[in-house]
Design a protein around this ligand. Structure first.
Ligand SMILES: Cc1ncc(COP(=O)(O)O)c(C=O)c1O
Length: 431
């Protein structure tokens, strides 16, 4: 589509938008009595208005029923987590039995690595992206140190075991061919290839299908942290043969601060009940769980990794949010998300041209992106960020110098993207 940097054009895109009614399903934070331009749904998604009702239902049932609510609540708590796989499988692109909702993201990443990172003296490397989210970096580092299979019972040295694929000098995105050649180069020393689906800093989408193929070719597992991809881009984890993945529900999935996370394990592994794991009673075979016997027998689904009973209040918000996703449909969400971020890149490049300062540099690759657009504003990044925040525009700042803006399809509009460009133009013209 040929974009135009005018209010009329932005409004015409909004008129054609089949998802525009969904904005009204969310509370939009306010600034001086007006809606903020909220472009931080990649960090914390907004509150769905139905969340209160879903939580209230659980509070009421708890008040009325006490422990009986485990089976008699309107949504019984004992199998509460079972309401998610059907809906989430459409977002994650997998079979329902490959998904479980549990814990939080970093915890799930560790739990999955217990099964999929089982280093030996020869095969012990983790290949990941440069500037993976810090929590993931600490996971890799601590997992490497934790596994003491060397003769002196020392763990692996993370400097040797964790291999980061970097962007080339002067570039921001990581070239796909460099990812593949690094995997090949380290060959049978690679235990796991673990990338994010979308890098949190640059907004670059990785080619999960061919990274998985390359990992498998050298005999390694392929896993992904899809925190920034779930509910944002099209995913087909099962079809791509991805071994495992995890995500949080508080970003694009709008399920509230610190909300319960999710994990995916490919069916070929869920049915292998001998796969080592850390176990808890909620991963135990449902049929015999309450015999309370010794000897762990896992469910042959992703639930086989679940440790504890369901945190119902957090899950109630997750359910409220996913019901909106179900109604809107992932195809429409992805399509509008792509259009919003493409329009934003166009507006930023056009603003840059008009200012003739060459100040704004978009670092998110146009052909490998979701909703998030990351930009560097030469020498003025923090100033522009502060100005935006003071003027009712919510964007993210990430050290050392990136502004992240993520217009999201369920509650942002093309008009807001246009306004964002105008606010930046006004501010930079004054510099
Ligand atoms: C890509 C990525 N990984 C891991 C995390 C850490 O998540 P949590 O604190 O829920 O474990 C985040 C948080 O924003 C993230 O963006």
């Amino acid at each position: 589509m040929k974009f135009e940097n005018t209010l009329e054009f932005a409004k015409s895109l909004d008129e054609q938008d089949s998802l525009k009614k969904f904005r009204n399903r969310f509370y939009i934070p306010q600034h001086n009595g007006k809606d903020k331009i909220y472009f931080t749904g990649n960090s914390l998604g907004l509150q769905p208005k139905n969340a209160r009702e879903y939580i209230m239902q659980e509070l009421e049932d708890w008040a009325k029923l006490g422990g009986e609510g485990h089976f008699e609540a309107r949504r019984p708590w004992y199998p509460y987590h079972e309401i998610f796989p059907q809906q989430l499988s459409k977002i994650i692109g997998c079979l329902p039995e490959e998904v479980v909702v549990m814990n939080s993201l970093t915890v799930n990443l560790h739990l999955l690595l217990v099964s999929f990172y089982r280093p030996t003296k020869e095969r012990y490397k983790i290949i990941c992206e440069y500037k993976a989210f810090p929590s993931d970096q600490y996971v890799f580092e601590s997992q490497a140190r934790f596994h003491a299979c060397l003769p002196d019972r020392q763990g692996f040295d993370p400097d040797d075991a964790v291999i980061e694929v970097k962007p080339r000098e002067g570039e921001h995105a990581i070239r796909h061919e460099d990812i593949i050649s690094t995997i090949k180069e380290h060959d049978n020393s690679v235990a796991v290839v673990l990338f994010s689906g979308i890098n949190y800093y640059t907004g670059q989408v990785f080619d999960m299908k061919s990274i998985t193929e390359a990992a498998h070719e050298v005999g390694a597992y392929a896993g992904f942290d899809v925190a920034h991809a779930a509910g944002n881009i099209e995913l087909h984890l099962h079809e791509w043969n991805v071994d495992f993945a995890c995500w949080c529900a508080y970003k694009y999935l709008n399920s509230g601060p610190g909300s319960v996370g999710g994990a995916y394990v490919h069916q070929k592994h869920t049915t292998n009940i001998d796969l080592p794991r850390f176990a808890g009673w909620w991963g135990y075979d449902k049929v015999t769980r309450f015999k309370m016997e010794k000897g762990f027998e896992p469910m042959p689904t992703a639930e086989g990794w679940q440790l504890s009973n369901a945190p119902v209040f957090s899950m109630a918000v997750h359910k409220a949010a996913l019901d909106i996703f179900e109604e809107a449909g992932m195809d429409a969400i992805v399509k509008k998300g792509q259009a919003l971020s493409s329009y934003l890149i166009f507006i930023l490049n056009d603003t840059n041209r008009k200012l003739s300062h060459d100040l704004i540099k978009v670092i998110t690759p146009d052909d490998q992106k979701g909703c998030q657009v990351s930009m560097i504003i030469k020498n003025k990044g923090k100033e522009v960020y502060d100005y935006l925040m003071e003027n009712g525009v919510s964007v993210g700042w990430r050290e050392p110098g990136v502004i992240r803006a993520a217009p999201v399809p369920l509650y942002n509009s093309f008009e807001e993207v246009w306004q964002f460009g105008e606010i930046i133009r006004t501010m930079i013209s004054d510099i």
